[in-house]
Design a protein around this ligand. Structure first.
Ligand SMILES: [Zn+2]
Length: 212
């Protein structure tokens, strides 16, 4: 099987996301760029993830053109490859329709409430744009900017990225956690985000790899 390594990593990640309840049915998709060739392994379109095998993961070029695999790539491939083309540091991308991230997108803001979440803020928010379009891909890339790790898409879900799959999955987990905590805290009437200055200090510690 060609590109076995990246296909296996994508398969493991999508199964983990399903296990964690971040992905239901065939919603959500995950992509990983190869270290040497400019190709991307991406989950296929419309196929149940629970019995998926690595050879069923699609391979595309960086423009989203389908190169390998029995099933066509996710229709949301433009978002994944646009982010990878825009930023060399982005090798892995995860898109989910997480419930709390979707609610946070409607509320128009998402703030860190615990120290580990500081790595992933500020979280950009883009208005609803047709899924799978180049338009939504451009808006997500713009909202990510030079360093962004997570973006919420209104009435759709979220898009996270990282230097590898572990980093992209961490962004996904913590962004959903941030949204979930904010939602319950707001319902309870006790919502208190971390102060901006503390967020900036935490981010600096995390970037310097000095956070405990
Ligand atoms: Zn989607």
């Amino acid at each position: 099987m060609k590109y076995e390594k990246i296909r296996k990593i994508v398969l493991e990640a999508i199964l983990e996301a399903v296990d964690m309840g971040l992905i239901h049915g065939t919603s959500g998709n995950i992509a990983l760029r190869d270290d040497e060739d400019d190709v991307v392994a991406v989950t296929p379109s419309g196929i149940s993830y629970s019995h998926m095998t690595a050879d069923q993961i699609a391979i595309c070029d960086l423009n989203g053109k389908w190169l390998e695999g029995p099933f066509k790539p996710s229709s949301e491939i433009p978002m994944h490859t646009a982010a990878m083309r825009a930023r060399k540091d982005i090798r892995a991308t995860v898109h989910t329709h997480g419930m709390f991230a979707t609610i946070a997108a409607m509320s128009g803001e998402l703030k860190a409430v615990t120290p580990p979440q500081c790595e992933f803020v500020p979280v950009g928010i883009v208005p609803f744009t047709m899924p799978g379009s180049n338009d939504v891909a451009e808006k997500v890339v713009e909202a990510l900017g030079e360093k962004g790790r997570a973006v919420l898409i209104q009435n759709h879900g979220m898009f996270c990225c990282g230097k590898d799959m572990k980093a992209a999955m961490a962004a996904t987990v913590y962004t959903e956690e941030m949204a979930q905590t904010a939602w319950y805290a707001k319902v309870a009437g006790v919502f208190t985000p971390m102060p901006d200055e503390a967020v900036a200090r935490m981010k600096a510690l995390i970037e310097a790899d000095q956070a405990v």
